[in-house]
Design a binder for this molecule. Sequence first.
Ligand SMILES: NC(=O)c1ccc[n+]([C@@H]2O[C@H](COP(=O)([O-])OP(=O)(O)OC[C@H]3O[C@@H](n4cnc5c(N)ncnc54)[C@H](O)[C@@H]3O)[C@@H](O)[C@H]2O)c1
Ligand SMILES: [Zn+2]
Ligand SMILES: [Zn+2]
Length: 365
Amino acid sequence: MSQCSRTALLVGSNMSDLPSTMLAWTKVRNEPDGFELIEHPVPNPGPNEILVKTTSTSICGTDLHIWHWDEWSKQEVPLGTITGHETCGTIVGLGSNVTSHKLGQLVSIECHLADWTCQRCKEGNAHICENGSIFGVHTNGAFAPYFTIQATNARTTPEGLEPGYGSIQDPLGNAIHTLTGGPIEGSTIAIHGLGPIGLFAVNAAKALGAKMIIAIDWENEYRMDLAKKLGADMVLGKSHDIIAEILSATEGRGVDNSCEFSGSTAALSNAIHSTRMGGYLNVLSVYGNPNPPVPMNDLVFRYLHLKGINGRKMWSTWDIMEDLLSRNEIDIETIVTHRINWKDFQDAMRLSKNGQCGKIILDFP
Ligand SMILES: NC(=O)c1ccc[n+]([C@@H]2O[C@H](COP(=O)([O-])OP(=O)(O)OC[C@H]3O[C@@H](n4cnc5c(N)ncnc54)[C@H](O)[C@@H]3O)[C@@H](O)[C@H]2O)c1
Ligand SMILES: [Zn+2]
Ligand SMILES: [Zn+2]
């Protein structure tokens, strides 16, 4: 044990009550799935870290990439990593330098780890820190009953929020960050792709005063029904001429703000052709095809603002989100369709893969 962790043990007064080992879902094999529930020591917080007892960790599309073990995952995730990055829990240990947080606090995690010293961090873009990494992707994360993280990355869970719902702030924050790349209040908005993040975006756009929300998926009727329930004004799918329908709903102009959450290059092209002249196109998606065909001339002549979106702004996105959550504006119960015991991780991954779900939360009872 290092000197740092000894100090942490002294500071975290109830840490002696904690187990010394835990089981955690770990990516152990160089193959699809390749996860095992194996024993690890309960980690000790470094001087600027906290130790958190996990309340819930939700399943993200990124976790599915890691489960499939695609090229991106092979490059990014060291074998032996405990993955899982959308999480929340209770602080049960404090590093020796931590004065910003208290034992017993409920916290929700921002997974983008930043150095807070580079130019990007100093200009307010810590989510794209030049020396950044992602908790639960590059480092051990939260498909485990305990984890450590820099105290800076732990936000107090909004009061009144059911503690297990704290973990949805990562994808809800992605949705809000994407929407805020363009106008929202009084604006027409198209949401392409109704996975969990697209569904959160439908809900958040409504809560933030959008004039009209057009929600588009391809053939996932389950998610299209959820979008209707969340108040989308129009829901489109593969049986529609998507561009023509959006143009006709907006007096031939196109929407003010298109958000792309599908990862489909067809949807990207649809979005370019159905955003109004001078409008905004915000892309959160990661494309399976790393060189997607983009109708560039339409983008140019339509004078579109095209923005790539990554993570959440630290901390303006979180502030907007906390305001919405504290006013009970987000219908989490509709978007979280499944809550599963964390030991049944493999069932949750299979469900996530088949897509007959909204957000899936793993609970750590
Ligand atoms: N940039 C970031 O920081 C970041 C963070 C998280 C997720 N992501 C990416 O954001 C995207 C959304 O994540 P998610 O977990 O909500 O997605 P998901 O993969 O669960 O859902 C995508 C949805 O798009 C639908 N779809 C497929 N083709 C379509 C088309 N042509 N038009 C409209 N919809 C179509 C699918 O049916 C599915 O319901 C993913 O690409 C993910 O990799 C990016
Ligand atoms: Zn995620
Ligand atoms: Zn930085």
